[in-house]
Design a protein around this ligand. Structure first.
Ligand code: NAD
Ligand code: UDP
Ligand code: UDP
Length: 340
C-alpha cells in the first residue's frame, strides 16, 4: 500500500505549499471501531485534530455518544451504529480496531458476545482491510500474558492463560484476534500492527464500569469506601490515556508490526493505588476489603524496551499527574458543572 511512512511525509499532501516538506502528509480516511468508547474517543480527537477524515463504528455497548458529540458538526466526522460481528463495507486507508468491552465487569456480562466480538468482529475488520488494502491496527491487551510467570512482561513471553476460565472470553479472544491478525498479514499480505495495551485510565471512562481506577475515584468522590479486592497486594501499572493514544498513532504510522507493549512501567499494589486516590481526593476515604474475582492476575508491569527503541515512544504522565485530570472529569459528571 502507499501509506505514509513513520515520518508522515507524503508528496501528495493536501496541506498546501507552506508546510515544510517533511511535515506534509496526505489527509487520511481512518476507521476507528469502538471509537465512542473511552480510548477510542481520545484517539478520534487526535485524528480529527491532525486533519484526517474519521469514521467511528460502534454498537454503544460501553461507548457513549457524548464522548464524540463535539465532532458531530464536523463534515470530516461520521459515526455509524454498527456491530462489528456483522460485516460492513467502507472505504478507508487505516483501521484502528478497538471495538470490544475492556472492563472485566462488562466483558464477563455476556462472554459469548465478547468472544464473538473478538473473533468474528476482528475477522470482519481484517476482511474489510484486505478488500480495500487498508493498514490494520489491533488493540490487544496485557491480558494475553494471563497470570504471568515472568515479570515484567516482555513481548516474547507467551503467557500463562486459563483457556476455560471466566476471563477467557477476553484474554483467549484477544489471543485469537492476534493470531488472525498475523495470519492475514502472512496469508493475505495485509499491513498490520499489534498493540498490547496495559491498564489505562483517564477522563471519559464509564463512571461505573467496574475497573479499579474508575471505581476508586468515583467511590472517593461519593464518600463511599474504596473497594479493594483480595488482599490488595496484587499489582497493576497504570497508563494515562494521552500516552496510549500517542503510542497507538506512532505504531500505526511506523514500520514495525509488533506486538508492542504500550503501558506505563510504574507499578502499584491496589493498596498503594488506594493511597494515591486518598491523597488526591479525600485522605479520610475508608478502605473496604472484598473477595477477589476468579483468575485475577497477581502482578502486571510492561517491559517497554521494544516500543522505546523501535517507536521512539514512552509514557510521559505519571499517576500522580494523570489522576487529578481524571478526577476533574469525574467530578463534573457525578455532581454536574456547578461543583466542578
Ligand atoms: P470501552 O469499553 O470504553 O470501549 C470499547 C468500545 O467498543 C465501546 O465504545 C463499545 O461500545 C464498543 N464495542 C464493544 N463491542 C462492540 C461491537 N461488537 N461492535 C461495535 N462496537 C463495540 O473500552 P476501552 O478502554 O476504550 O478499550 C478500547 C480497546 O482497548 C478495547 O479493545 C480493549 O480491549 C483495549 N484495551 C484497553 C485497556 C484499558 O485499560 N483501557 C487495556 C487493554 C486493552
Ligand atoms: N468482510 C467485511 N467487509 C468487507 C470485506 C469482508 O465485513 O469489506 C467480512 C466478510 O463478510 C467475511 C470476513 O470479513 O466474513 C472475512 O473476509 P475474507 O474476504 O477474508 O474471507 P471470506 O469472505 O473469503 O471468507
Ligand atoms: N480491583 C479492586 N477493586 C475494584 C476493582 C478492581 O481491588 O473495585 C482490583 C482487581 O481485583 C484487579 C485490579 O484491581 O486486581 C485491576 O482490576 P481492573 O478490573 O481495573 O483491571 P484488570 O487489570 O483486572 O483487567
Amino acid at each position: 500500500s502507499s501509506l505514509p511512512s513513520s515520518s508522515g511525509a507524503s508528496l501528495h499532501g493536501s496541506a498546501g505549499g507552506k508546510v515544510p516538506l517533511g511535515l506534509r502528509r496526505r489527509a487520511l480516511r481512518v476507521l476507528v471501531t469502538g471509537g465512542a468508547g473511552f480510548v477510542g474517543s481520545h484517539l478520534v480527537d487526535r485524528l480529527v485534530e491532525r486533519g484526517d477524515s474519521v469514521i467511528v463504528v460502534d454498537n454503544f455497548f460501553t461507548g457513549r455518544k457524548d464522548n464524540v458529540a463535539h465532532h458531530l458538526a464536523n463534515p470530516r466526522f461520521e459515526v455509524i451504529r454498527h456491530d462489528v460481528v456483522e460485516p460492513i463495507l467502507l472505504e478507508v486507508d487505516q483501521i484502528y480496531h478497538l471495538a470490544c468491552p475492556a472492563s472485566p465487569v462488562h466483558y464477563k456480562y455476556n462472554p459469548i458476545k465478547t468472544i464473538k466480538t473478538n473473533v468474528v468482529g476482528t475477522l470482519n475488520m481484517l476482511g474489510l482491510a484486505k478488500r480495500i488494502g487498508a493498514r490494520f491496527l489491533l488493540t490487544s491487551t496485557s491480558e494475553v500474558y494471563g497470570d504471568p510467570l515472568q515479570h515484567p512482561q516482555v513481548e516474547t513471553y507467551w503467557g500463562n492463560v486459563n483457556p476455560i476460565g471466566v476471563r477467557s472470553c477476553y484474554d483467549e479472544g484477544k489471543r485469537t484476534a492476534e493470531t488472525l491478525t498475523m495470519d492475514y498479514h502472512r496469508g493475505a499480505n495485509l499491513e498490520v500492527r499489534i498493540a498490547r495495551i496495559f491498564n489505562t485510565y483517564g477522563p471519559r471512562m464509564c463512571i461505573d464500569d467496574g475497573r479499579v481506577v474508575s471505581n476508586f475515584v468515583a467511590q472517593a468522590l461519593r464518600k463511599e469506601p474504596l473497594t479493594v479486592y483480595g488482599d490488595g497486594k496484587q499489582t497493576r501499572s497504570f497508563q494515562y490515556v494521552s500516552d496510549l493514544v500517542e503510542g497507538l498513532m506512532s505504531l500505526m504510522e511506523g514500520e514495525h508490526i509488533g506486538p508492542f507493549n504500550l503501558g506505563n512501567p510504574g507499578e502499584f499494589t491496589m493498596l498503594e493505588l488506594a493511597k494515591v486516590v486518598q491523597d488526591t481526593i479525600d485522605p479520610n476515604a475508608r478502605i473496604e476489603f472484598h473477595p477477589n474475582t476468579a483468575d485475577d492476575p497477581h502482578k502486571r508491569k510492561p517491559d517497554i524496551t521494544r516500543a522505546k527503541e523501535l517507536l521512539g515512544w514512552e509514557p510521559k504522565v505519571p499517576l500522580h499527574e494523570g489522576l487529578p485530570l481524571m478526577v476533574t472529569d469525574f467530578r463534573k459528571r457525578i455532581f454536574g458543572d456547578q461543583e466542578a
